[in-house]
Write a protein that binds this ligand. Structure first.
Ligand code: CDP
Length: 253
């Protein structure tokens, strides 16, 4: 079989040409990076877990009427997605202070915010994804005011869904990042959720113990990242009977 054409390779995923026009295959790698790729490692099984978790969240969003790029999972590491034109923004929703917000404002991590806050970073690795005000986004033409209003509404709906799902399994959704894509039906443009939704792009804390179950485990050397992601997958019921990596069977009780 001829090798598929690679379209793009990112830090954690590869995009290949899809089987039909307007589709792509998204492959989840085991590579983990943090601090704009200054820290990197290969975490066995991470890609398999994120493939399943992203499928789980995107399918749930579609079920409540939020459009996403996800079409179907193809195998352990790949999913079929709609090709989109990515809006060059990282859309971050925060419920509790953490990470850069806690640092910037001198807040203790875990402080509840008065209401969910949506912020935007300009997607540019060379610049370290700088925080940008809406004024810049509109002035530079990355999105217009109508797009931004729609993106904020979408992000807040995703937040409500994700917060509820997580709360149901004893996890607090501290913050998360999504990316938005444009799809065109003739002249009509729609904004849909793209990229991935996984513990790589969320902060997830156990409600009881405060234990971190997300990429901060890797960023801050807090233990096994695979164990943390497996715990999230196990609680959500998305793990098959054998382990996510297809290796040794694990006990699920
Ligand atoms: O993660 P970091 O402290 O660098 O930045 P943040 O602005 O506090 O991140 C907010 C949320 O967005 C966290 O859940 C991050 O994991 C996520 N994020 C991401 O997935 N990718 C980025 N390039 C930046 C943030």
């Amino acid at each position: 079989m001829a090798r598929r054409k690679m379209i793009y390779e990112g830090k954690a995923k590869i995009l290949y040409e899809g089987p039909e026009p307007g589709t792509l295959v998204q492959y989840f790698k085991d590579d983990a990076t943090a601090f704009n790729a200054e820290k990197r490692d290969v975490i066995e099984g991470k890609g398999v877990l994120n493939n399943r978790l992203s499928e789980f969240f995107m399918t749930g969003l579609a079920n409540i009427g939020i459009p996403t790029h996800f079409i179907r999972r193809l195998n352990m590491r790949e999913q079929l997605i709609r090709a989109v034109e990515i809006v060059p923004l990282e859309v971050i929703v925060r419920n509790y202070a953490a990470g850069t917000m806690a640092k910037r404002l001198g807040m203790e991590e875990g402080t509840q915010l008065p209401r969910p806050v949506v912020e935007f970073s300009y997607k540019n690795d060379d610049l370290g994804d700088p925080l940008v005000p809406e004024e810049y986004i509109i002035a530079f033409g990355w999105a217009n005011q109508q797009d931004l209003d729609d993106i904020i509404a979408l992000a807040l709906r995703v937040n409500d869904f994700m917060s509820g799902v997580m709360m149901g399994v004893g996890i607090k959704l501290i913050d998360f990042k999504i990316e938005i894509g444009r799809v065109y039906d003739g002249d009509f443009m729609r904004l849909i959720i793209a990229d991935e939704i996984s513990p790589d792009s969320c902060r997830l804390w156990d409600i009881e113990t405060g234990q971190k179950l997300d990429k901060d485990v890797f960023r801050r050397d807090l233990g096994s990242l695979t164990d943390a992601y497996t715990e999230v997958a196990r609680r959500l019921g998305v793990l098959p009977k054998t382990s996510a990596t297809g290796a040794k069977p694990t006990l699920i009780n």
